[in-house]
Design a protein around this ligand. Structure first.
Ligand code: G4P
Length: 292
């Protein structure tokens, strides 16, 4: 897993420049771009420059990890991306669920290209895609599932060369692995928070109480019922400032330190572990049209 934050300061400018160049070089070789985003954070798990960088090609957005995201929110995101002119669908690349519909989406996204291949007498010509996305969105899992093979995962670290490679998937589809590392928008602290919720930023560089309090800010708004159910707290507790809510959660679990104070660090770690372990159910932290 990429250790984003530590490396951002040091690596971002030069490394993104290299990725930008490689994408531009490779774009003429493909018919469309397949972008993987994390369905739980479809804004924060995107690279802010990608729209502009790849605007000359049709875009297929895969809302991956839909197995752990809120299904209603995912449906909203699909409508949102479609309204913006992209083709979008929900997938769970780990199990492969949804990938059987990829072919149909491709035929829709590239119908002009397919027709033009037929007109030129080349109906069987391969359709080529560049697969892009920030680290940990599931690019390797997607390519492996599509191609039915177990590739070694290429390094997603700045400074380690990722050689571009074509992967044939059958059905006339060929995928080109991302030529370089794409970064999330780390200058916005809310983006870092959300990557931390889902465990994409290493915990040791973050303060778990801070992240847990920010997670509660979001949960209070959209998923208060999950908190009351899981931690047996009152609905009115979800109206409290988030740090006090964390204390309520700790108290409900009997997490006390000497003197009777609540051990909020333990409560924070428990909340984060239980969310990431799926105990709070399927959650999405961003909605179309809503400011984070
Ligand atoms: P990347 O190439 O974009 O960096 O991502 P990669 O495929 O390595 O996937 C990152 C993590 O996300 C992996 O977990 C992978 O199993 C998981 N993942 C990919 N697709 C899905 C999905 O649809 N649903 C869920 N729930 N998880 C998914 P990991 O913990 O790093 O590895 P492992 O435990 O699977 O070995």
């Amino acid at each position: 897993m990429a250790d984003f934050q530590k490396q951002t300061v040091q690596w971002f400018p030069g490394h993104m420049a290299k990725t930008r160049r490689k994408i531009k070089e490779n774009l003429p070789l493909v018919d469309a771009v397949v972008e993987l985003v994390d369905a739980r954070i479809p804004v924060s798990s995107r690279n802010p420059e990608l729209d502009e960088l790849t605007s000359s090609k049709p875009r297929i957005i895969l809302l991956n990890k839909c197995d752990v995201a809120d299904a209603n929110a995912t449906a909203e995101w699909i409508r949102y991306f479609e309204a913006s002119g992209a083709f979008a669908m929900a997938v769970d690349c780990k199990s492969g669920k949804g990938l059987n519909k990829f072919d149909d989406l491709v035929r829709e996204a590239l119908k002009d290209k397919i027709q033009s291949n037929i007109d030129k007498g080349m109906p069987g010509r391969a359709l080529r895609f560049m697969v892009v996305g920030i680290p940990n969105t599931g690019k390797s899992t997607f390519i492996n599932k599509m191609s039915g093979r177990n590739r070694l995962k290429t390094a997603d670290r700045p400074g380690v060369t990722r050689t571009s490679q074509w992967v044939a998937c059958g059905g006339g589809i060929e995928l080109l692995d991302t030529p370089g590392v794409l970064w999330p928008k780390f200058d916005d602290p809310a983006v870092g928070d959300k990557l931390a919720f889902i465990g994409s930023v290493k915990d040791e560089i973050l303060d778990s109480e801070t992240i847990a309090v920010r997670l509660l800010d979001v949960l209070k708004e959209d998923y208060a019922d999950r908190l009351t159910e899981r931690y047996k707290i009152d609905a009115s507790d979800c109206q409290l400032p988030s740090y006090e809510l964390l204390e309520k959660i700790g108290a409900a679990r009997g997490m006390k330190i000497r003197g009777g104070e609540v051990d909020t660090e333990r409560a924070a770690n428990t909340l984060l572990d239980e969310y990431r372990g799926g105990k709070l159910g399927r959650l999405t932290f961003e909605r179309p049209g809503r400011k984070s």
